[in-house]
Each structure stands twice: as C-alpha cells, then as structure tokens.
Write a protein that binds this ligand. Structure first.
Ligand SMILES: [Fe+2]
Length: 495
C-alpha cells in the first residue's frame, strides 16, 4: 500500500484537453497534435459522450465544433465552464454568423476559429489560451503565498494546542478554497492517528487501517486527484472528495501528526504548488505547536511546584488536609458569579493552595495546638501572611497568589491583620479568601471539635457580614454554597 501512495504523490498531471467534433478526422488531427505536445487528450465525435467526460474527468481545455446534431457545441462549452471556470474554451465552426459569435463569446469562450483553418493556427490559439490560464493559476498561487503571512500571524497568535489546530483548519480551508480538512495527531501510546480537529470531513473518510497503521504514511506528503486514482487500493473512503492533499507535522524530528485538506464541491484539483504552500504552513504550525507544548510543560512544572509547597504546609498542619482543594471549589463558584476570567480563576486556585504557605515559619507546637492559642501564640500565628508573602514575592510565576496570601486575614471592619485595612481597601482576593477560608474552617474537623454543617457556616457568615466579611461576597457565598456537590461530601467527612 505504501508504494501506491508514493506513486500517487509523485504523479504529474499534465493539462487535459477535450476535443469534440462530429468529423472524426478533425478529432484525430487535433488529438495527434496535442498528444505530440505532451497533453492528455479525450476526443469524441459524440457531444453526449463529451458531457460525460466533463462529468468524470478534470478538464483544463475544450476544443469543440459548434453544430453537431442534437447537442450544440455551446452546450458542451457551457457545461465545461460551469464545472471548470478557468478552462480554456475554443470553438471551431464552419458557419460563422454574428449571432453565433455573440452567443459563444457570452459563454466565456477564449477564441473562435472559422473552418477551414490550419493546424498551426489552432496550435497558436490554443497556446495563447493555455498561457493565459497558466498565468491566472500562478497569480492564484502568488495570492496564496501572500496569504501565508496572514495565516502565520493568526496561527502564531494562539498559545494553546487546540486553538492552534482549529485556527490552522479554519484559515487553510478558507485560503485553499477547500470544503473539508482535518488535523490528525499521533497517539503516543499506540502510534495510531486520531482526528483532533476537523471541519466538513466526510464520514469515515480515513479507513481504519490508515489510522491504525499510519506510521507507514506519516512522513509522506500526499497529492491525490481521485479521478485518476485506483480506488480499490486507496486507504481513504473518498466519499465525494475530488482532490486531496496532506502534509506531515513533525515536532522534534518525530512524527506528530498530519494535516489533510479536501476539495469536494470545488472542482479545481490540487497541484504541487498547493502542496508546497501547505508545507510552508506546516512549518509555521510546527513552531506554534512546539511553543504550546513548551508552555504546557512549563505550566505543569509550575503547578507541581505549587502543589509541593502547599503539601509542605498541609503535612505540618494535619488538620487542614484537603483544606486547599475544598477552599478552591467554593471560591471558584463565587468567582464565576463575579464574572472572573479563566486567568483570574487560575490565580485563585494558586491563592487557595498557597495562602497559608507562611505557616511553614510557625512552630509546630502553635500550629497543631489542640486548643485555643494564648495571646502570645496568636501574635506568632499572625505573622504567617507576611512570612508567606516573603516566600513568594521573588518568584514571578507565584505572584498572582500574593494578594491572597497577604490579605486573607484582613477584616471588613478594619480589625484584621497584618495591615488593618478596611472595606474595599482590602483587595477583593483577600475579602473572598477570608469568606471561603472561614466556611472551610467551620465545616472541617478540628482537634478540639468536630466539623459543623453548611447551615452553621451560613449562619456564621450572616452574623459577621459587614464586620468580619464583605457583605457582597457573603451574599454570593450563601447563594452558591448549598449548590456545591463537593460540600455534600464535605459534610459527610466533617461529621
Ligand atoms: Fe491563614
């Protein structure tokens, strides 16, 4: 199967010409001339047969007689023009009337030859038409190249893998005038390809064996024009696809995936120039994917660092086991009500994990004391927001957690610590965390008491709304708290 694909990739598709004339010797003469010049020629004396050829083959040029029994040459030209808008159309006629001339010119005919004419005249006319077509096609290719810059900018502006893949499919489909496209990514566990992003893909286009044994095809660019392909041997269910190109996506010298583009309604076949353009786009996509993977990796490293730090606190303060995760769940629900962005919620997660990081500097005897703290002990405990801030302030990626660490023990009435800020002087991160931290403290077990219910927590919030807590945050918290499934589980843990 591999060899068949390779053959298709390297196949050249010379321009194809349809010659139609009810006089067989005209057909033969024109065919012979064009074949000698290297063209692929279909010729017929039957206009009905010509219409079928137009349906089934990719046609670049039509040379037809005008009057041929029940179907006129105009009808052949009209059908060719409809299916292949840039086809070179040449009409031959022995009946040159003004009316005929006007009719065919309206059909977009390139030239009009009056019989009898010499083969040399026909050749000159045909080559003028083909040269013009070539120029038009090159212009389209140039436009594609200019658009490359635009595509690169769009792809380059995306930071996440799925966004990059979607932007790639969206832009390439538009720029290549395609009807369908897909990006397949290799599953590293079994080396099979999986469709990760697609648009307009015909059902089951990729045969199972292609996806399962894709390693055979991974490195190969593909150029398939199905009118000329051996259907039985293809690894694709072509499902109306006329033309198809593909390029491999390689990351760190390893197969990563492939991009496939298909034309279904657009009759124009892909050419090698399209494949070259797609290759350039792929190199941009590869750079963007490499950056996204690096970023993902970096974020994972950040998160595991944060987890390690948070665990260090939890390991010492055994009564706050699971505390940070539960605090985050409540906080996230409130943040969504406040309309916070994804990034801000990410910072909240970091804050919930790290807000008590300063407890690392508080002695175990105070931290785990089974009973109320003395005034002196409480003064030491009160240093933990500033200690925590000192730990994270010089680590850039932990900076989003700083407001949570520093202000989570401030009170709305100004009687909190470390700064005694009042009302909205306290950054909202601190006001939010003080509410959710309290809810968790009430509902969690402590050495000197069992955890209490959500109802108790709600009563406590109401009792201290406007003094300890921001009333706005309290109201939202009371609204979201009973709806959180995590807290139903939490109750069973607490009781
Ligand atoms: Fe704290």
């Amino acid at each position: 199967m591999k060899d068949d694909i390779s053959d298709l990739n390297t196949a050249e598709y010379p321009s194809t010409v349809l010659v139609v004339d009810d006089e067989i010797y005209v057909c033969d003469l024109v065919t012979e001339m064009l074949e000698m010049d290297g063209y692929r020629v279909f010729s017929t004396t039957a206009p009905r047969e010509a219409l079928k050829i137009i349906d089934n083959e990719q046609i670049d040029a039509v040379i037809t007689d005008l009057v041929m029994g029940d179907i006129s040459g105009v009808e052949v030209l009209r059908k060719a023009k409809e299916k292949y808008p840039d086809a070179v159309l040449i009409l031959m006629t022995g009946q040159p009337t003004l009316e005929n001339a006007i009719t065919v010119l309206r059909e977009g005919v390139f030239d009009y030859l009056i019989k009898p004419f010499t083969l040399e005249t026909l050749r000159m006319t045909f080559y003028r038409g083909i040269s013009k077509q070539k120029l038009q096609r090159e212009n389209i290719h140039l436009k594609e190249l200019i658009n490359l810059h635009h595509i690169s900018e769009i792809i380059g502006s995306k930071l996440e893998l799925d966004e990059i893949l979607k932007a790639t499919i969206d832009t390439t489909l538009r720029e290549f005038n395609c009807d369908a496209g897909a990006i397949l990514i290799k599953n590293p566990n079994n080396n099979n390809l999986e469709i990760r992003s697609q648009q307009g893909l015909p059902d089951n286009f990729f045969k199972r064996e292609y996806l399962e044994f894709s390693k055979h095809f991974m490195k190969l660019p593909i150029l398939n024009n199905y009118a000329n392909a051996n259907m039985d041997k293809l690894p694709f269910n072509i499902g109306g696809v006329r033309s198809h190109i593909s390029q491999p996506i390689v990351i760190d010298n390893d197969d990563f995936g492939q991009i496939h583009l298909m034309r279904i309604n657009n009759p124009r076949q892909f050419g090698k120039n399209n494949l070259a353009t797609l290759s350039l786009i792929c190199s941009k996509v590869e750079t963007a994917i490499e950056r996204a993977l690096l970023l993902e990796n970096l974020e994972e490293t950040y998160l595991s660092t944060i987890s390690a730090l948070a665990n260090a606190v939890e390991a010492r303060d055994k009564y706050t086991h699971d505390h940070t995760e539960r605090t985050f769940i409540t906080g996230e629900a409130i943040a969504k009500e406040l309309g916070w962005s994804e990034d801000r919620i990410k910072a909240l997660r970091m804050g919930a994990m790290l807000h008590d990081i300063g407890k690392i500097g508080v002695p175990d005897a105070i931290l785990n004391k089974p009973g109320p703290l003395t005034d002196e002990e409480f003064e030491i405990m009160k240093t933990h927001p500033l200690l925590g801030a000192k730990i994270v302030e010089n680590i850039p990626f932990l900076k989003p957690a700083l407001s949570y660490i520093l202000y989570h023990h401030e009170r709305y009435d100004g009687k909190g610590y470390p700064y005694g800020l009042k009302g909205e002087e306290i950054p909202i991160e601190g006001r939010l965390l003080s509410v959710i931290d309290t809810v968790d403290a009430i509902t969690s077990d402590r050495p000197y008491r069992k955890g209490r219910s959500i109802e108790v927590a709600i009563e406590e919030l109401k009792a201290h709304s406007g003094t300890q807590f921001d009333p706005k945050i309290v109201n939202i918290c009371i609204k979201v708290l009973p709806k959180l499934p995590a807290h139903l589980e939490l109750e069973s843990v607490a009781l």
